[in-house]
Design a binder for this molecule. Structure first.
Ligand code: SF4
Ligand code: SF4
Ligand code: FES
Length: 240
């Protein structure tokens, strides 16, 4: 038996949803973009970044981990929520080292693209200038900890899709860092360049060696269109 669909509203637009969908998934299908960073469509949501926070029935909640429910009233695209999201993105920029103009991910980086989309100009918080080492021990993959935004995508992908548990977090709070499950670095783990975990990083922390400039600057995903425009294009499409 097909479960019955229901509706809710977001910014006054009526969205149809199915039981089991999150708010973010239902809005994606309806062509309404909710900014997000840790969410990946192939992975279970972690709720780590809070960029997708919407005002749901009067309370701030992360859309990627909130189940859609009948009659919900949601605010998404408001000046206040945009400012909150921009503040989160700014904090991530100052917490790591992000020299976009000469980064291998420039134009293909979700953090950078969100900065543009949310109107970030220059962070107001002071830069932390952390000095975290690059792990180049793997023959095919480099791990640049300075770029890591602790989104947990690689942890989920490695554990649930690759069956390897190469990655995990160590420490807590501001001291939390990405760790690999071998003292000798990534090269001592079971990680392979074809693993799902190697393809889900939203920034330039997990980088495939010798593969970074196959698509030249100016031709990359977010050089062509702002992040989220693929989702918004669904709304413009006529229903068959
Ligand atoms: S990872 Fe993204 S945000 Fe960081 S320097 Fe590279 S392009 Fe910029
Ligand atoms: S390495 Fe990439 S995917 Fe993994 S936690 Fe850091 S930013 Fe996220
Ligand atoms: S995308 Fe929802 S918490 Fe990160």
């Amino acid at each position: 038996m097909v479960a019955e669909s229901f509706s809710f509203t977001i910014d006054g637009i009526v969205v149809q949803a199915r039981p089991g969908q999150s708010v973010l998934q239902a809005c994606d299908e309806a062509g309404i973009y909710i900014p997000r960073l840790c969410h990946h469509p192939d992975l279970a949501p972690s709720g780590a970044c809070r960029v997708c926070t919407c005002r749901i029935n009067g309370r701030n909640s992360a859309a990627c981990v909130t189940p859609a429910a009948p009659g919900m009233v949601i605010e998404n695209d408001t000046p206040l929520l945009t400012a909150d999201r921009r503040a989160v993105i700014e904090m991530l920029f100052v917490e790591g080292n992000h020299p976009c103009p000469y980064c291998v991910a420039s134009g293909d980086c979700e953090l950078q693209a969100l900065g543009y989309r949310l109107g970030m100009v220059a962070p107001v918080q002071p830069y932390q200038w952390p000095g975290r080492p690059i792990d180049a021990t793997h023959p095919d993959i480099a791990l640049d900890h300075d770029r890591c935004i602790l989104c947990a995508r690689c942890i989920e992908a490695s554990r649930m899709q690759d069956g390897k548990s190469v990655f995990g977090f160590a420490g807590r709070g501001i001291a939390m860092r990405l760790n690999v499950d071998a003292a000798g670095g990534l090269g001592d783990t079971q990680m392979a360049a074809i693993d799902k975990a190697a393809s889900v990083c939203p920034v330039a922390c997990i980088v495939i060696k010798r593969g970074s400039y196959r698509i030249p600057n100016g031709e990359r995903r977010f050089d062509k269109a702002p992040i989220g425009s693929d989702i918004e294009a669904r709304r413009a499409r006529p229903t068959p």
